[in-house]
Ligand binder design. Structure first.
Ligand SMILES: NC(=O)c1ccc[n+]([C@@H]2O[C@H](COP(=O)([O-])OP(=O)(O)OC[C@H]3O[C@@H](n4cnc5c(N)ncnc54)[C@H](O)[C@@H]3O)[C@@H](O)[C@H]2O)c1
Length: 445
């Protein structure tokens, strides 16, 4: 397993618990030492116990030719960060491929290389396969198999998602390579997912298409929610729950709240737009999804700025891009904190897992507090991540002697009537009734 990051380490541990001898390889000594010292990073459910269960079948080492040469299969799960133009960079993949190819020169045995990292369409045939063949001095097909098999997982539930996937996507150089990979997957999957085997370019397009479709669905839900903001007695939750019951639509990710973020959705959708542009096509749908997503921040800022003067204290609860992780990449909470700081507000941030990561990015302009303390000191509270811990904030902390505070609650963490009556509780995607008040019965049904 080359790359022991957020995906590579769980997959390595999962394979080891299913009886494979796994050598986990990374280029970063601190990462290996950290894992060996029990610092697995993130908040991945079940990862620490999985590593314990793997016992001696999981060895962690610096990447070396020797470890690759004794293996039958190498998975590559290294970063493919977006470059300044939005296209994914293959530098780390190529570095890994060259090292694997070099190591394979020392052996005549069949070897399968599986790339899991997300790449731009055509990378496999135009860049990665040629780099492997050059380094290994043998052709793909000649005792050398190559697969592109991206994972569809969400941080926080990576182990569950890897062992219970909806879909196994395998781009394969030939049937023998695909058969071998499928056999390995069968050892870790607990369900009967649809298996889709195909050539490289189809798998590359499919990976981006899935994430672009999901982001479009989220932006569509946010568009409905914004309409509901302005329509008396409208409730986006009621509308979307009904619309999602149509099997052609489905409930998943059909929820109006804040924009999407994280290490995959925003950049995969942008990369999809760029794939279209490279082909001389417009791909306006994917571009509109991105524009709609960026608009969600302005929508939120407008609600706050209508209620708070410059210099007021804004508490932003939730810095991670979603609950259950400390990852803050492209997080809406971070974007809001930055926008509020730039707008001259006094910003307090709180998060059960990601506060320190957020403070490191946002710098000295913002202060870190516990959620309870942030609420106690704020004029406006924005709940950006649906952490269940936020429901434990004492109600007294929302109360003031003199002026009332506003709580903006896009995820509907609190029901109407649950917060003290002095609080202005704003739920996005909810139109005012004729008297300008949201109707609680519509929300609580
Ligand atoms: N994180 C997600 O939710 C997610 C979901 C689907 C797909 N992906 C894709 O998976 C890939 C990896 O993502 P991640 O989140 O696990 O990355 P990560 O940054 O958490 O980990 C990558 C690891 O690879 C190591 N590494 C880098 N170059 C190396 C090299 N040449 N040799 C050996 N080790 C090397 C790094 O030190 C690091 O430990 C990316 O392409 C990403 O787009 C990620």
């Amino acid at each position: 397993m080359v790359g022991l990051g957020k995906l590579g380490l769980p997959l390595a541990a999962l394979l080891a618990t299913r009886g494979f001898e796994v050598v986990g390889l990374d280029a970063d000594r601190r990462r290996i030492d950290g894992i060996n010292a029990g610092l697995v990073g993130g908040s991945e459910l079940g990862l620490e116990s999985l590593i314990r269960d793997a016992e001696s079948r999981l060895r962690l080492e610096m990447i070396s030719d020797q470890a690759i040469a004794i293996s039958d299969v190498t998975f590559i799960i290294v970063p493919t960060p977006s470059g300044p133009d939005g296209r994914f960079r293959n530098d780390s993949v190529i570095a890994a491929i060259r090292q694997i190819g070099n190591a394979l020169r020392a052996t005549d045995r069949y070897h399968l290389v599986v790339l899991v990292s997300t790449v731009m369409p055509t990378s496999m045939t135009e860049v990665i396969a040629p780099a492997l063949e050059k380094a290994a001095r043998r052709k793909v097909g000649d005792r050398l198999g190559l697969c592109y098999s991206p994972e569809f997982v969400a941080l926080g539930s990576v182990i569950r998602d890897m062992s219970r996937p909806d879909l196994l996507l395998i781009g394969e150089s030939d049937a023998a390579a695909g058969d071998l990979l499928l056999g390995i997957y069968r050892a870790i999957i607990e369900t009967k997912p649809e298996i889709h085997r195909m050539n490289f370019v189809n798998a590359e397009i499919c990976k981006l298409a899935v994430n672009s479709f999901v982001t479009t669905k989220i932006s569509f839900a946010n568009m409905i929610a914004e309409a509901c903001d302005h329509l008396p007695s409208a409730d986006a939750e009621v509308v979307l729950r009904a619309a999602g019951a149509d099997s052609r639509i489905g409930h998943d990710y059909l929820r109006g709240a804040v924009g999407y973020g994280g290490p995959c959705f925003p950049r995969d959708n942008i990369a999809f737009t760029l794939m279209g542009r490279d082909l001389g096509l417009q791909f306006e749908l994917a571009a509109a999804t991105d524009a709609t997503n960026r608009h969600q921040l302005q929508r939120l800022c407008a609600v706050i700025e209508a209620r708070a003067q410059t210099g007021a204290t804004i508490a932003i609860l939730g810095m991670s891009y979603k609950p259950g992780t400390d990852v803050i990449e492209a997080s809406q909470g971070i974007a809001l904190a930055q926008a509020m700081f730039d707008g001259g507000f006094n910003v307090l941030i709180a998060d059960p897992a990601a506060a320190q990561n957020a403070a490191a990015i946002l710098g000295h302009g913002v202060s870190v507090a516990s959620a309870a303390e942030a609420v106690a000191r704020a004029d406006v509270v924005a709940i950006m991540t649906q952490w269940p811990q936020f429901r434990n904030i004492p109600m007294a902390n929302f109360m003031r002697d003199k002026q009332n505070i506003t709580v903006i609650d896009p995820w509907r963490v609190f029901k109407f009537g649950e917060l003290p009556s002095s609080v202005e509780h704003i739920v996005l995607g909810f139109g005012p009734d004729a008297a300008g008040e949201p109707p609680p019965q519509a929300y609580n049904d």
